[in-house]
Design a protein around this ligand. Structure first.
Ligand code: DX5
Ligand code: ZN
Length: 220
């Protein structure tokens, strides 16, 4: 089994000292930067946009995993790519022509992901799973960091793992929301490949140590 990734969510960083937190992630065992973009329409919160994203890209020494929690993502994917995105994930619930959006992301030369909300069944991915590099399973209702993990996520990841075994064995399964060192092992056992963690990393006394702890967990 391939080694899992850890992706610290910058939403939980200290925005007045963003450079410090970016350097911390650079120096840590983290694999990706997870960047949450919220528009106040798809989710009831607004995070940050292109200037902040470009500033992160300027200092980040690891791939940027951009999670778009916005309506009409097609309008902005090119700009996010230009701002430094290596992976762009859109929400299934925000896309009328999901296949078109996924193809457009891939044409920009980055990998494409689809995210599903806690209330969206895995079965809704049947017609897109072969075309995506990654599926992000939301384990909280998107919009805020620091929320409580929803337990039905384990079953969804197992179901997605089975579907991927049939249709796309290269698929990366990412889990996002309320991930910490207590539930990480069960998530990896269920089939997760990428652990996104915001609060559990940035609110920790020693974030570098917490990242190392999340990396060290092995499902075998
Ligand atoms: C939630 C975001 C998450 C969030 C995770 O809408 O998509 O990436 O920042 O933060 P924690 O780990 O604190 O739940
Ligand atoms: Zn996210």
């Amino acid at each position: 089994k391939r080694k899992h990734f850890v992706a610290p969510s910058i939403l939980s960083a200290d925005f007045a000292h963003l450079h410090d937190d970016i350097v911390m992630v650079n120096q840590s065992e983290a694999d990706w930067f997870h960047i949450d973009i919220m528009d106040g329409v798809f989710v009831p919160n607004i995070s940050f946009g292109f200037p902040v994203m470009a500033s992160i890209a300027h200092y980040a020494r690891k791939p940027l995993d951009v999670h778009l929690m916005i309506v009409e993502p097609d309008k902005y994917i090119k700009q996010f790519r230009e701002a430094g995105a290596d992976n762009i994930t859109v929400h299934l619930e925000a896309c009328t022509h999901l296949n078109r959006t996924v193809q457009a992301i891939k044409e920009l030369g980055c990998t494409a992901g689809v995210a599903i909300n806690p209330s969206t069944p895995v079965s809704h991915l049947h017609e897109i799973i072969e075309d995506v590099d990654l599926v992000l399973v939301m384990s909280v209702n998107p919009g805020f960091g620091g929320q409580k993990f929803i337990d039905t996520t384990y079953r969804k990841i197992r179901e997605l793992k089975d579907l991927a075994a049939d249709r796309n064995d290269q698929l990366l399964i990412e889990v996002d929301g309320g991930v910490n060192s207590h539930n990480a092992l069960a998530l990896l056992k269920a089939g997760a490949d990428i652990l996104v963690a915001g609060n559990s990393i940035f609110a920790a006394k020693n974030p570098i140590h917490t990242i190392a702890e999340l990396k060290r967990i092995t499902p075998d």
